[in-house]
Design a protein around this ligand. Structure first.
Ligand code: ZN
Length: 462
């Protein structure tokens, strides 16, 4: 029995781990590599294993850095079951369709660029047909329900509290009379976050594969984060500028809508026009609204009292391109939530073009920004950005509200691990080198844990 690490090794995207046990191969996550255009070229590299030889996939959650290469896996011959939480099945239907649409547009653009240089056409990574075939392979599961997924392999999903349907995957493997429990943390949520429950503690494991996105950071307490948000909105109100919020369509958008609704009077949001400019985020919000049973107790109580958590009185949703273009004419008084979360694509780029050069505009960065992305450049204080070949001066105020993260911070990660009986061996994934180094040091010094960092293509025996 062993695990091979084929992605998210000393970086935060492209999650993919292959477990071999009982003569079977189980792939945990099959994520897109995201970041700079050059880095994303790695998505075109062949899988380091044969897709036909994979017997089953376990998907921890719907974010594309975990799910986004599933249609490619199917295109290249995988046709087994994909086990995941039932809410993830619904979110993936939306996200993978959108991903295929973006792949097609990217390929078209690349082809046009190549034409001038007499280079060959670029095919999309996968298309809608591959996505439909992928959707048919999903097997929806509930939390906390041990399920035999293959002979000798049992899976239990636990609520990871990161986005709706996000799961910690507990695999019990039986081979030649021995059994091993391997736990994949997936992305672990930030305790106390709005809407969702806190990450579930896991009782036992022989080996833990743990994310480390914020392994080097401590988030602000929630109260301080809400205060900070309120102050940004008030200062923008007096300057009469727009507030742009690049947001992941799934997770961050719903948390923001929920938080804005909760603080509606306190932040004087009646003065604003709140715009959700993302067809995908609108659909994902509908999925969130359908799964109230997965909310934490505060959100359930609020809803039981008659609230519709995501429905603000002055919320405008914009589905069509024409509606989105009309938003560009608004010069003040709008809070515009749009994707993509790291400004690498989507409608937020148009809003940046129309606002980022204005002194009274504000950009509220509320999520992790991977190295090489436009969002990261803004966080790092870039004075100019390039959009569609045009150089634009950055005069807007850029705010990084780190406390809103959907990931556990260092304390959250250490706490989650601390509760597992017998301090099992832990392998860190899904973090940039510094975050992994700091978390590794902390786990060693505080808990004397046996902790290593996964390397690309490393194989670890169980
Ligand atoms: Zn995630």
């Amino acid at each position: 029995m062993d695990i091979s690490f084929y992605g998210a090794t000393r970086e935060v995207t492209g999650s993919s781990f292959l477990v071999r046990a009982a003569g079977r191969r189980i792939l945990i996550d099959c994520g897109l590599i995201q970041g700079s255009a050059e880095h994303e070229q790695h998505n075109r590299s062949p899988f380091p294993f044969s897709p036909q030889d994979v017997d089953a996939v376990v998907l921890t959650h719907a974010h594309l850095d975990h799910s986004g290469r599933l249609p490619l896996l199917v295109k290249q011959g995988f046709d087994g079951p994909i086990f995941t939480h039932r809410a993830t099945v619904e979110l993936c239907a939306i996200m993978l369709e959108d991903a295929a649409y973006l792949q097609a547009k990217d390929a078209e653009w690349e082809t046009r660029r190549h034409k001038g240089k007499h280079q060959p056409e670029v095919a999309p990574l996968y298309d809608q047909n591959d996505v439909h075939r992928t959707n048919r392979l999903f097997v929806p599961l509930e939390y906390d329900a041990p399920t035999p997924i293959l002979p000798g392999v049992s899976l239990t999903l636990r609520d990871a509290g990161h986005i709706l349907g996000s799961s910690i995957a507990e695999l019990i493997l039986h081979e030649n009379g021995t059994s091993r429990t391997v736990v994949f943390s997936g992305d672990l949520g930030h305790s106390g976050a709005p809407i969702l429950c806190d990450p579930t503690p896991v009782r036992k494991a022989d080996l833990v594969v743990m994310e480390s996105t914020y392994g080097d950071r401590l988030h602000r307490p929630w109260e301080a984060t809400w205060k900070e948000m309120g102050e940004i909105i008030r200062s923008a109100d007096s300057g009469k500028g727009n507030i742009l919020v690049p947001a992941f369509a799934v997770g961050r958008t719903q948390e923001l809508l929920y938080a804005l609704h909760r603080h509606f009077d306190e932040w004087k949001l009646g003065n604003w026009q709140i715009v959700l400019d993302s067809p995908m985020a609108i659909k994902a919000t509908e999925v969130y609204a359908r799964h109230a049973g997965l909310y934490d107790s505060a959100a359930r109580q609020w809803q039981a009292a008659g609230a519709q958590p995501f429905l603000l009185p002055n919320l405008k949703v914009s589905r069509r391109t024409e509606d989105s273009m009309r938003i560009n004419e608004i010069q003040s008084g709008a809070i515009i939530i749009a994707g993509s979360g790291m400004c690498t694509g989507g409608r937020i780029r148009y809003h940046l073009k129309y606002n980022v050069w204005r002194e009274n505009a504000h950009v509220l960065i509320a999520g992790f920004q991977a190295a090489g992305t436009l969002g990261r450049a803004l966080v790092n204080g870039a004075r100019h950005i390039r959009l569609w070949g045009e150089e634009i001066e950055v005069k807007a105020c850029i705010h990084t509200v780190g406390g809103l993260s959907a990931h556990a911070d260092q304390d959250g990660l250490v706490d989650w691990y601390r509760r597992i009986e017998g301090r099992p061996r832990v392998v860190l994934v899904h973090g940039e080198p510094q975050a992994m180094d700091r978390l590794q040091e902390r786990l060693r010094s505080d808990l004397h844990a046996d902790v290593t960092q996964a390397q690309f293509k490393q194989v670890i025996g169980l």
